[in-house]
Design a protein around this ligand. Structure first.
Ligand SMILES: C[S@@+](CC[C@H](N)C(=O)[O-])C[C@H]1O[C@@H](n2cnc3c(N)ncnc32)[C@H](O)[C@@H]1O
Length: 467
């Protein structure tokens, strides 16, 4: 049967960045100063938004921008293109062509199974034909990963269900993974409070003259738990030091004296050691091929925090053995809930706000890290349910987070035993928001929750109730 598939009719008009582009911006893969190429750009709305934000962006599309040159760029995006191509060989060609243009990273996104109902659609090849004459293939996460590994010889990194990044250099992939596992850090302005302040300086003192250098050094120390090496400070700041006739060593001393306190540096150091252990444990678990290739900054981090590569590897292995011990994960989940970090439900699962995952102890962060390695994150506010007995992690996207009883429509479950990811339409209401978000013991929220439990006869251990 010959069918004239209308591929271009799948392109939609966008008023906000597409999910893969906004993830690339959030993860700092895309910013001003980076070149971007959008392969299969549709109407070009992502490109217009990027250009308006100062990014050097171009694109090509066989239907909407066929006259544009297909050119190399630091970041190439092939967004929701593979899923509209009905011929599996042509999908591979498009993927290989996009990869050949990517100097640093290729971002691939497709539609995933479960995201959209397929009732009433006509099966065609390995996907469906729609009433508008378009083709849609819905991928399983593992299926997409297998396709990417088949065409491109690098390990795909999941950014979200149906979205992967492929890094050209293993060093850059490692830096990206570590940064992502670290999550956000506090701003450096908080670390300058103990600087002496003069009411009426007659002449700017040293700290004022080299303030941008102190800020940058304190920010670096907060991020990596150590002071920077000269190579790790931008050249314009070296120029400022030369103009002010201040040596690098003196700038370091001044930062230690006033830019960041010893206590905060020690705190950042402990946090970084744990970040690196979680990172390495996940590298081992996920058999990351890029783990052996580290950039110079990470080599310095390891030397500073662990003494040597060997000691680092030994400590990470020890950490992993702890992870395999079920009673340790169960106890860590109970301890987290006792300390106000989330709620334990009727089946002994820990439910926690995604924004607080970094406060969990390393063993649970490792657990969740393994899950998000397979699924990527979901691009919305969500809560995480960790099931240490069944070895599953489920992410629930929340709507109405400010209301007393937020709801969720979709869940993504990652089964760590089967290494599988499934997306479901899953309507539930959060009935213990106060515990999940660590709210005060006598809050109005808690009394509302008790009232609702009594009124509807809800078991008091339940956290998410089906609608
Ligand atoms: C669903 S749209 C996605 C457009 C855009 N990337 C976005 O996210 O808004 C799919 C696009 O893929 C384009 N396309 C179809 N076959 C392609 C191929 N072999 N190579 C590149 N793009 C293709 C279509 O013309 C269409 O614009």
């Amino acid at each position: 049967m010959s069918v004239d598939v209308q591929r271009h009719r799948t392109a939609m008009v966008r008023h906000t960045l597409s999910q893969p582009m906004s993830l690339a911006v959030r993860h700092r893969l895309v910013h001003a100063g980076v070149t971007v190429f959008d392969y299969g750009c549709g109407h070009g709305d992502d490109l217009r938004a990027l250009i308006a934000a100062g990014v050097d962006a171009n694109g090509w599309d066989p239907h909407f921008a066929a006259d544009q040159e297909r050119r190399e760029a630091d970041v190439v995006n092939i967004g929701f293109v593979l899923n509209v191509i009905e011929n599996p060989f042509e999908r591979m060609d498009a993927l290989a062509a996009a990869w050949s243009l990517a100097r640093r990273v290729l971002i691939v996104s497709v539609m995933v199974v479960g995201a959209v109902p397929v009732d009433g659609l006509k099966p065609f090849g390995d996907g469906y034909l729609t009433a508008r004459g378009t083709f849609q293939k819905y991928f399983q996460q593992t299926e997409l990963k297998a396709l990417l590994s088949q065409v491109v010889d690098v390990e795909p990194v999941a950014l979200a269900p149906g979205i992967f990044a492929l890094f050209r250099s293993p060093e850059e992939e490692q830096d990206f993974l570590l940064e992502r596992r670290r999550g956000r850090r506090a701003s450096t302005s908080a670390y300058r409070s103990n600087r002496p302040v003069r009411s009426k300086p007659t002449r700017p003192n040293l700290e004022e003259r080299i303030a941008p250098v102190i800020d940058a050094m304190a920010a670096f120390a907060t991020q990596r738990g150590r002071m920077p090496h000269p190579d790790e400070v931008p050249s314009e700041l070296h120029d400022l030091l030369v103009r002010e006739r201040v040596s690098f060593a003196r700038a370091l001393d001044t930062t230690r004296g006033g830019g960041i306190s010893d206590d905060l540096l020690a705190q950042a150091e402990a946090q970084c050691r744990e970040d690196l252990l979680v990172h390495q444990a996940l590298n081992i678990l996920n058999r990351s091929r890029s783990a052996a290739r580290l950039g110079p900054s990470m080599v310095r981090d390891i030397r500073h925090h662990f003494g040597s590569q060997q000691q680092f590897a030994e400590q990470a292995l020890e950490y992993l053995h702890g992870l395999a011990d079920q009673s340790r994960t169960v106890n860590a989940a109970l301890r987290a809930a006792e300390s106000g970090l989330g709620a334990i439900d009727e089946d002994g699962r820990l439910i926690i706000d995604n924004g607080r995952v970094l406060e969990l102890d390393g063993i649970l962060r490792c657990y969740i890290g393994c899950a998000t390695y397979l699924s990527g994150e979901i691009d919305q506010e969500h809560i995480v349910r960790l099931d240490p007995l069944r070895r599953r992690v489920t992410l629930f996207a929340l709507s109405g987070k400010r209301t007393p009883f937020p709801e969720t429509n979709t869940s993504v479950t990652i089964d760590l035993k089967r290494q599988d990811v499934s997306v479901r339409n899953d309507r539930r209401v959060l009935v213990r928001k106060a515990d999940v978000f660590g709210m005060a013991a006598r809050s109005r929220q808690r009394s509302r929750e008790v009232e609702r439990r009594v009124r509807e006869g809800i078991d008091e251990a339940k956290v998410l109730v089906r609608l």
